[in-house]
Design a protein around this ligand. Structure first.
Ligand SMILES: [Zn+2]
Length: 158
């Protein structure tokens, strides 16, 4: 039922994107997040699923970042689902900082969205006022709280 068969990788000028061959309704599950190969360190083919776990996502590595995404990667349920209605033939994208705390290869976003974060480097580099508008996985929320507590502690010790 939920497999990656309906997803296809498109390459244009060396730029890869993930396209869906079918339409999805908001909330509908698209596929599972593969966890056969979990690493301790991030690379361009991994998605962070816990504080020190990065899973090789295979075909899903072609998912591009968007500041106004159409899918969510839920690393607790290990599912990819539509966060709005998606048409057949549309490119799928997700908000990288929703899973990535500190990215291996940061880049500048040119998505053109009015809420564009510009520098995509991981959640730890974004203000709470930006993050609060997005779905965030549990490990990201936990690390964010920890960072805030450490900062507070540090300020007290000055
Ligand atoms: Zn953007």
């Amino acid at each position: 039922m939920v497999s990656m068969d309906m997803l296809t990788i498109k390459t244009e000028n060396k730029f890869r994107s993930l396209i869906t061959k079918q339409a999805y309704k908001k909330g509908e599950v698209i596929c599972e997040i593969p966890t056969e190969k979990v690493l301790g360190k991030a690379n361009r083919y991994t998605v962070q699923i816990a504080r020190d776990k990065h899973t090789n996502v295979g075909k899903l590595a072609a998912l591009n970042h968007s500041c106004d995404p159409n899918v969510i990667l839920d690393t607790e349920r290990l599912l990819v689902y539509a966060c709005r209605d998606i048409e057949k033939g549309e490119e799928l994208s997700f908000f990288y900082p929703a899973t990535e705390w500190e990215m291996d290869a940061p880049f500048i976003c040119l998505c053109g969205s009015s809420s564009c974060i510009h520098v995509v480097a991981g959640a730890r580099f974004l203000p709470l006022s930006t993050l609060e508008h997005h779905f965030l996985n549990r490990h990201i929320r936990e690390m964010m709280i920890e960072l805030l507590e450490n900062t507070e502690q540090h300020l007290k010790n000055l």
